[in-house]
Structures are given as structure tokens and as C-alpha cells.
Ligand binder design. Structure first.
Ligand code: MN
Length: 347
């Protein structure tokens, strides 16, 4: 008996150890519940085979790399730094997760007042919005997605992407936080609708829950990603960010060369950043950029002084970490959103 318990404990511990970073979300309803608009078989295969496949391949593509623990949002926001396998499968995972989330067999048909205001500003009415999204979906050649996104300027926009790309990815011109996702891959509708994509598009709106979409809209405004997207048009910040990331990630993999040779440049860029014009959307005191940028300038000077004094790696890393943490307050500088704070192994 004791042996059996030990064995069970052992199995549990090894399973915990093997726990996958990215997991398939459960659906809120049974596969058959989405009928007649989406048939049970399509839902099952789409969720259990296609989506699970993206999750598995994503975990596999990241396994053993430095980015293994990175959040999904962070990966997508910096997708240009990853290979095609990560691009396809992180997109596949995110896109389907959002798609399942907004589908409801008994949907709330009422959008919130806030969302209605946003929609009427850009698209007049929900009817017009659906029409435009369907048109965009019909135009999408081959496989892809159609989106309603919240852009950095606070306005809604309809966009579409090919394959498993999405509007969070830094490879797109039209970036924003997805509020609605519609899958227009054939695997989403072929069993029931064959080549009649338009029939599927007509039917899918019967499942879209406007209560959930309204929640997505409000949540997007307070998301760190929204702030990060606003920093896209701040060149001085991007220049500084690139250097800091390079130094930080090199040091993380125990290459201290950039830390010892680039601090003068980093300091110059911090000064340049402090004196730059803060983008209009980010000027308000709630963000406190003036204070943060002053701190970063001061810390970059201190870091450079430590390098000039030939300080130990440990001392340099400590200062770099402090600066990196300060920079966390400027969203988007660090490529982490829902979890972070890697600590250096001080040697
Ligand atoms: Mn799909």
C-alpha cells in the first residue's frame, strides 16, 4: 500500500514537472450544442484535433528554448523574433481560444452601450459591422481570420489576416487587440457547408455573444497590451528598448559582452529618450512617464559608471536588473505581460 502511494506521488510529481505551459481551453458547451449553426463533428474535430495540434506544436517548438516560459501575449507581440513554427502555432492557439470564447449556443444579443458607441463611430450599426466583416471574410483568399480590433488610438477596426496570423503580431500593419475573431479556414465549416463560405458566415453570427464581445472591448482598454501598442509610434523608446533587450537577454544567457561594451550607447539613448516628445496618447500623468524616464536616465548613467570602474559581473547585473524593473513600468519594454521577473543567476 505504502509503495502504491509513493508511486502515485511520484507519478503526480513527474506529471507536474511535465506540465505543459500552453494548454487547450475547455469549451463552455458540448460539441453538439452549437447545432444547427456548427455541426457537432466539426466542433469536435476543430477543438480536439486542430486546436490541440496547435497547442502541442507550440509547446514542442518552445521546449528547451529561452522563451519556454514566455506568456502567449508576449510571444505574439514580439513574433518577429520567432520562427515559423512558433508563429503558426502561437497564432493558432490564441485565435481559436478567442473564437471559442465568444461563441455561445444561447448568446446574449445585446451589446453594451460602450461597445455600441464604439461601433457606431466606425461602422454605424451592428448590421453594417456584420456586413463588412462578412465581406472581408469572403475576400480573404485561402485560409485566415477576420477580426474586429481595438486599435491604439481607441477606435475599432475590421481587419483580416492570413493563415494563423493575428493583429497582436508585430509583423502586421494593422495592429490592435482582437475583440471578435472569425475563423475562415475551411476546417471551420467544410463538413456542413462545403465550399459555401458565405452560408457559414451568415450562420456564425447566431452564435456570437455580444455580452462577451462587450466585455472584451472594455477589458482591452485596461490591458497592458493597449499601452504597449501606443508606444509603437515612439521611436526614441523603441531604439532604447532594442538596446536594453539586447543587453538584458545576452546577459541572461551569460554573454556579458554587450553589458560591458554597450552601456555608453545605452546611456546616450536613455538621455535621448528622456528628452523626446512623449506621444500624445501617453502624456497623461496617470502613466507617469516623466518620472520613469528620469529614473531610467539616472540608472543608465550609474550602470555606465560601474562598467568604467570595472565592477564585478554581479554588481553590473544587479544594476541592470534594477533598471530592467524600472523599465517594466513602460509597458512593452519588457516582453512579459502576465508573468516575468527572471532573476539572473548571480555568479
Ligand atoms: Mn480553425
Amino acid at each position: 500500500m505504502k509503495k502504491l502511494i509513493l508511486l502515485l506521488v511520484f507519478i503526480t510529481i513527474s506529471n507536474l514537472h511535465e506540465a505543459q505551459k500552453h494548454v487547450l481551453p475547455k469549451l463552455g458547451y458540448e460539441y453538439g450544442a452549437y447545432e444547427p449553426f456548427i455541426d457537432s463533428q466539426t466542433m469536435r474535430v476543430h477543438h480536439l484535433k486542430h486546436h490541440q495540434g496547435y497547442v502541442n506544436k507550440l509547446n514542442r517548438a518552445l521546449k528547451g528554448t529561452k522563451k519556454e516560459k514566455e506568456s502567449l501575449n508576449s510571444i505574439l507581440m514580439n513574433i518577429s523574433m520567432y520562427n515559423t513554427a512558433v508563429r503558426n502555432n502561437s497564432g493558432g492557439h490564441y485565435n481559436h481560444s478567442l473564437f471559442w470564447e465568444i461563441l455561445n449556443p444561447k448568446p446574449n444579443k445585446q451589446a453594451s452601450e460602450d461597445l455600441m458607441r464604439g461601433i457606431s463611430k466606425s461602422y454605424e450599426s451592428i448590421g453594417k459591422l456584420k456586413e463588412k466583416m462578412n465581406l472581408e471574410a469572403a475576400k480573404r483568399f485561402g485560409s485566415g481570420w477576420v477580426w474586429l480590433i481595438l486599435q491604439a488610438n481607441g477606435e475599432l477596426k475590421i481587419t483580416s489576416t492570413a493563415n494563423q496570423d493575428n493583429p497582436l503580431m508585430d509583423i502586421n500593419k494593422d495592429r490592435g487587440i482582437p475583440i471578435i475573431a472569425i475563423d475562415v479556414w475551411e476546417h471551420a465549416y467544410y463538413l456542413k457547408y462545403q465550399n459555401k463560405r458565405n452560408d457559414y458566415l451568415g450562420a456564425i453570427w447566431n452564435l456570437i455573444d455580444w455580452g462577451i464581445v462587450s466585455d472584451n472591448y472594455i477589458k482591452a482598454f485596461s490591458s497592458p497590451i493597449f499601452q504597449e501598442l501606443k508606444t509603437q509610434n515612439w521611436p526614441e523608446l523603441n531604439i532604447f528598448r532594442n538596446d536594453l533587450s539586447h543587453i538584458y537577454y545576452s546577459a541572461e544567457s551569460e554573454n556579458y559582452e554587450p553589458l560591458k561594451t554597450m552601456t555608453k550607447e545605452l546611456m546616450m539613448k536613455a538621455i535621448y529618450l528622456k528628452n523626446s516628445e512623449i506621444p500624445k496618447d501617453l502624456r497623461s500623468d496617470e502613466y507617469g512617464y516623466h518620472v520613469i524616464l528620469n529614473k531610467i536616465e539616472k540608472q543608465s548613467i550609474e550602470l555606465h559608471d560601474l562598467v568604467l570602474e570595472h565592477s564585478s559581473n554581479k554588481t553590473l547585473l544587479k544594476k541592470l536588473n534594477t533598471m530592467h524593473e524600472t523599465f517594466h513600468q513602460v509597458q512593452g519594454v519588457c516582453k512579459h505581460h502576465d508573468e516575468h521577473y527572471h532573476e539572473f543567476k548571480n555568479k
